[in-house]
Write a protein that binds this ligand. Structure first.
Ligand SMILES: CC(C)(COP(=O)(O)OP(=O)(O)OC[C@H]1O[C@@H](n2cnc3c(N)ncnc32)[C@H](O)[C@@H]1OP(=O)(O)O)[C@@H](O)C(=O)NCCC(=O)NCCS
Length: 213
């Protein structure tokens, strides 16, 4: 795993305050970054999947170190959600070549999800599955707004699922790209941050309630 400086800088520029975020390459020998306990959670995975899991964990560990937090093992729940050290929240994503990780302290950020997608239009045959007339995405000033809406729903899912413990369908998540906002059927409101270049990356987050109520 090598940091991708340009994408990491671009993501850092859109990241909400308190969120550390970075992108890195996935190299075929990156499975070496998986600790034995992590590797057990990837039982049956092929070499490419192990490499992606290793690369994204190496990246996340670097980000955690900046927060002064050691994380020898970033495990997975039975649903596949990453398990973070106490007091931290985070999210991971990877495609064939690129890994992205986002980390924050739980006393600043309550919900955090990230997803990465190739910057290509979503095949029209999946529009009905993913998009709903109540989603606002067509009027957004993006080259592939349909793909961004899909990416946003996946980022929202990753942020909310570990908290509610139940699977959300695409239809359970409303996205409003012009307002950079999302709302889930579970009642969670999230803000969105969107990066679009050759790669689409969406960060979904909700700040922690610091009012003390
Ligand atoms: C999580 C999910 C939405 C996207 O995963 P994906 O596109 O296959 O893969 P990505 O590279 O984007 O993300 C993979 C990472 O997501 C994270 N992840 C997986 N399941 C997760 C969950 N339930 N909650 C939070 N994060 C999760 C993991 O860190 C994983 O990396 P790892 O396996 O190396 O630890 C999908 O796998 C899933 O679980 N879908 C079931 C429910 C669904 O599809 N609902 C509609 C979506 S809105």
């Amino acid at each position: 795993m090598r940091r991708i400086d340009q994408l990491s800088r671009a993501l850092g520029a859109i990241a909400p305050a308190g969120v550390s975020i970075a992108a890195g390459t996935i190299d075929i020998d990156d499975s070496r970054f998986l600790h034995a306990d992590e590797r057990r959670a990837f039982d049956g995975a092929n070499a490419a999947r192990l490499a992606a899991g290793g690369a994204v964990r190496a990246l996340a560990r670097e980000l955690l170190e900046v927060h002064g937090v050691a994380a020898p093992v970033i495990g997975r729940t039975p649903f596949g959600a990453p398990v973070w050290p106490k007091g931290m929240v985070g999210s991971l994503a990877h495609d064939e070549t690129t890994a992205v990780a986002a980390i924050a302290r739980a006393d600043r950020i309550a919900l955090l999800g990230i997803d990465a997608e190739p910057a290509e239009p979503l095949p029209e045959e999946v529009w009905d599955l993913v998009l709903d007339p109540r989603d606002r995405w067509r009027d957004a000033l993006f080259k592939a707004p349909d793909r961004i809406a899909f990416c946003a729903k996946e980022a929202v899912y990753k942020a909310v699922h570990p908290v509610i413990g139940r699977v959300l369908d695409y239809d359970d998540i409303r996205v409003d790209l012009p307002s950079l906002a999302a709302l889930t059927a579970s009642g969670h409101r999230l803000s969105l941050r969107i990066h679009e270049s050759t790669e689409i990356v969406v960060i979904a987050f909700a700040e922690a309630d610091v009012s003390g109520r």
